[in-house]
Design a binder for this molecule. Structure first.
Ligand SMILES: *Cc1c(COP(=O)(O)O)cnc(C)c1O
Length: 406
C-alpha cells in the first residue's frame, strides 16, 4: 500500500502541569467556572477547551484520544470504558428503529450477541454475511441499511476484509464502513484504506498489559462530537466513560506499541511456519497458504507484520483442552481469553469467546470445536518456545493433517 507509515504518534508532545514529561492526570469528575455564562455555553457545546463534567470529556481522555487518532490517521477519537462500550455506542448512534446493518458473520462474540439478540429490542435487523465476498456484501444492502460492519482480521477465523473494496461499496450508497481493528493495530490502518469509523478494544494489544478494559472510536471530528452531544450522543448518554487514571496508563503503554507489535508478529510468523512444516492445521494471515494472504499483503504495513494471532485446529475439544492445560503447565502461556499480553494466551473460542454463536452456525462458518486461538506473546527465545510446544503437541497425540486423512 502506498500510504505513509502511521508514525505520527511519535510527533505528539504533551507536558504535565509542572513541565512533567508525562501529561498530568485529571483527578476530577467536575470542573469549576469563573462565570455562569461560560457554564451555559459549555453545556451547549460552544466553548473550546472548557471542561464541564468528566463523562463528557476530561484532559486525560482527550490526550489518549489524540494519540489514537494519530494511530489510525483520523481527525479525532473518543475513548470509552470498554471495546463493547465503543461498539454499542457507534451502532446506536448510526442506527434507529427500523434500520438495517450488513455485518461480517465472523466477529467478536459480544458484538455478534449484541447485533443478533439485543438489537431486536430496537427493531434493528442485521444480515450476517461472508465478508470475504464483496459481491455478497453489496447484494445484502437494502434501502434502510445504515452501516457495513466488519473486523479487519476477524475473530477467531482470521478472515481478511477487503477494506478498500468494502469502502467503495459503502460510498456508492452513502453507507459508512465501520471496522473493528482490535486484532491489527499498526499492521492495518483501516481509515487510511477507506473505512469511515475505526473501533478498538484497547483492552488487547494497544494497552498490552492485561490490566485494563477500555475502548475507542476513531473517526471524523463531526462524528466524535456527535457521540459526545449532551442531548443525543450515544457515547455521552449511554455513559461508557473511561476513568482518567486508566486513560493515562494506556497512553503510557501505547508508547511501546510499535515495538510490541513487531515482536508479536515476528513470533507468531515463526510459530505458524514451524507448525505448518509439521503438517498441522494452522491458520495465520502471514502464511502464503492463507486465503486472505495476498489481500493482507496489499493492505498491511509490512514493517509491522501480520499480527500476533494464529489458530491451530486440533480437531476435538478434548485434545484442545488437554493441549492447553499441558502448555500452561509447561509455562508456555496461560489458558485465558483476551489477547495482546506479553505472555502467550490460548483459548478454545467455540467453547468460550464465540460461544454466543449457536453451534450450527459455528460449524457453517468453519469454527470447529478443536480450534485453539493463540495470542502469541513477546517471548525472547521463540525457538525454545516452539520446541517445547512441539513436545506438548506430540505428547497429546495431535496428528499432522495428511496422517489424519489416511
Ligand atoms: C475483546 C474484543 C472486543 C470487546 O472489547 P472489550 O474491551 O472486552 O469490551 C471487541 N472486538 C474484538 C475484536 C475483541 O477482541
Amino acid at each position: 500500500m502506498d500510504y505513509n507509515a502511521p508514525d505520527s504518534i511519535q510527533d505528539l508532545q504533551y507536558f504535565g502541569e509542572y513541565g512533567g514529561v508525562n501529561p498530568s492526570i485529571s483527578d476530577s469528575s467536575t470542573y469549576t467556572f469563573l462565570n455562569a455564562k461560560t457554564m451555559f455555553d459549555t453545556f451547549e457545546g460552544n466553548t473550546e477547551g472548557c471542561y464541564l463534567y468528566s463523562r463528557h470529556s476530561s484532559p486525560s481522555n482527550l490526550y489518549l484520544g489524540e494519540a489514537l487518532a494519530a494511530l489510525e490517521g483520523t481527525e479525532s477519537a473518543n475513548v470509552t470504558a470498554s471495546g463493547m462500550g465503543a461498539i454499542t455506542a457507534v451502532i446506536l448512534q448510526l442506527c434507529s428503529s427500523g434500520d438495517h446493518i450488513v455485518s461480517s458473520r465472523t466477529i467478536y462474540g459480544g458484538t455478534y450477541a449484541f447485533m443478533k439478540n439485543f438489537l431486536k429490542r430496537f427493531d434493528i435487523s442485521v444480515s450476517f454475511v461472508d465478508i470475504t465476498k464483496p459481491d455478497v456484501v453489496a447484494s445484502a444492502i437494502r434501502p434502510n441499511t445504515r452501516m457495513i460492519y466488519c473486523e479487519s482480521v476477524s475473530n477467531p477465523l482470521l478472515e481478511v476484509a477487503d477494506i478498500p473494496e468494502l469502502s467503495r461499496i459503502g460510498k456508492s450508497k452513502d453507507i459508512p464502513l465501520v471496522v473493528d481493528n482490535t486484532f491489527t493495530p499498526l499492521s492495518i490502518a483501516p481509515a487510511r484504506l477507506g473505512a469511515d469509523i475505526v473501533i478498538h478494544s484497547l483492552t488487547k494489544f494497544i494497552n498490552g498489559t492485561s490490566d485494563t478494559v477500555a475502548g475507542a472510536v476513531c473517526g471524523s471530528t463531526e462524528f466524535c462530537l456527535a457521540l459526545k452531544d449532551v442531548n443525543d450522543g450515544a457515547g455521552m448518554l449511554l455513559g461508557s466513560t473511561l476513568d482518567s487514571l486508566r486513560a493515562a496508563s494506556i497512553l503510557k503503554n501505547m508508547r511501546t506499541l510499535h515495538l510490541r507489535i513487531q515482536k508479536h508478529s515476528d513470533n507468531a510468523a515463526y510459530l505458524a511456519r514451524e507448525f505448518e512444516a509439521l503438517g498441522l492445521r494452522v491458520v495465520y494471515p502471514g502464511l502464503p497458504s492463507h486465503p486472505g494472504h495476498e489481500l493482507m499483503k496489499k493492505q498491511h504495513m509490512a514493517h509491522f507484520g501480520y499480527g500476533g494471532i494464529l489458530t491451530l485446529d486440533v480437531q476435538t475439544l478434548e485434545k484442545a483442552n488437554a493441549l492447553m492445560e499441558l502448555m500452561q503447565k509447561e509455562n508456555l502461556g496461560y489458558l485465558a481469553v483476551s489477547l495482546g499480553f506479553y505472555k502467550t494466551l490460548f483459548s478454545a473460542p467455540g467453547a468460550s469467546t464465540s460461544s454466543e454463536i449457536p453451534e450450527a452456525e459455528q460449524i457453517a462458518m468453519g469454527l470447529g470445536e478443536g480450534l485453539i486461538r493463540f495470542s502469541i506473546g513477546l517471548d525472547n527465545n521463540i525457538e525454545r518456545t516452539f520446541k517445547t510446544m512441539k513436545a506438548c503437541i506430540e505428547a497429546i497425540g495431535i496428528m499432522p493433517v495428511h496422517e489424519v486423512s489416511k
